[in-house]
Design a protein around this ligand. Structure first.
Ligand code: AP5
Ligand code: ZN
Length: 216
């Protein structure tokens, strides 16, 4: 099955995508992670997107659709969790068409509903493992041993360049202007399922399982 996780920055998309990956054998496709990888590997594209991302603006549809197309064409996974993609109406149309061409479809778009005040605390407290990608939070999800990743033991714990209040403001504006129309778009296709993103991580996970129906 193919699932889209929809929600503002800090809603918990990455956190839940990793859980769904383990539980259902799906593959997480995060355009944010792909763009950060391009940025840190110093490719031409990475250099072009770095400044845009750090400011909190969206990169062009052409670039992200290209990244997703490449992944879909080269993966033999049973299904995908789209995390942070699509983020605009043209991206949503492109994804529908890419999947159609592969004889697949979107099974659900999960809207993770949260309010803006909670997002500031989530974003400013976040850090991730540079080795395995596990997502942590200073207060809601700290590592068991300070400075060491619970999952892989790495000491490479990082904070993102765009996780500051200034860039977050821009990211929220971009979300409301360009991404939130996708809620209506998927509702009209009868694919929208809404969960309470403010609940605890485990409770959000249960609501997503409920929205998706039985393990597939
Ligand atoms: P991206 O990497 O996609 O960032 P984002 O959408 O801003 O989302 P985040 O990763 O910040 O949040 P999340 O919802 O995954 O939350 P998380 O699980 O980490 O995009 C970054 C940039 O790349 C964009 O600004 C843009 O420039 C570019 N980009 C990417 N995709 C693009 C596209 N399609 N088109 C154009 N440009 C694109 O959780 C956040 C924190 O909260 C963590 O610390 C976590 O531990 C904690 N937490 C999670 N759930 C809970 C909970 N239930 N209770 C308490 N704490 C929780
Ligand atoms: Zn790790």
């Amino acid at each position: 099955i193919n699932i889209i996780l929809l929600g503002p920055p800090g809603a918990g998309k990455g956190t839940q995508a990793r859980r769904l990956e383990e539980g259902r054998g799906l593959v997480q496709l995060s355009t944010g992670d792909m763009l950060r990888a391009a940025k840190s590997s110093g490719t031409e594209m990475g250099k072009r997107v770095a400044e845009v991302m750090d400011k909190g603006q969206l990169v062009t549809d052409e670039i992200v659709i290209g990244l997703i197309r490449e992944k879909l064409e080269t993966s033999d996974a049973a299904g995908f969790i789209f995390d942070g993609f699509p983020r605009t109406l043209p991206q949503a149309d492109a994804l529908g068409e890419l999947l159609r061409n592969m004889g697949q479809k979107i099974d659900a778009a999960i809207e993770m509903r949260v309010d803006d005040e909670a997002l500031v605390a989530r974003i400013t407290g976040r850090f991730t493992c540079g080795n395995c990608g596990e997502v942590y939070h200073d207060t809601t999800k700290p590592t068991k041993v300070a400075g060491v990743c619970d999952v892989c033991g790495s000491h490479d714990l990082r904070r993102r360049a765009d996780d500051n209040e200034e860039s977050l403001k821009t990211r929220l504006l971009e979300y409301y202007k360009k991404t939130s129309p996708l809620i209506g778009y998927y509702y009209a296709k009868d694919l929208l399922r809404t969960v309470d993103g403010l609940a605890e991580i485990e409770e959000v996970a249960r609501q997503i399982d409920g929205a998706l129906g039985k393990e597939s």
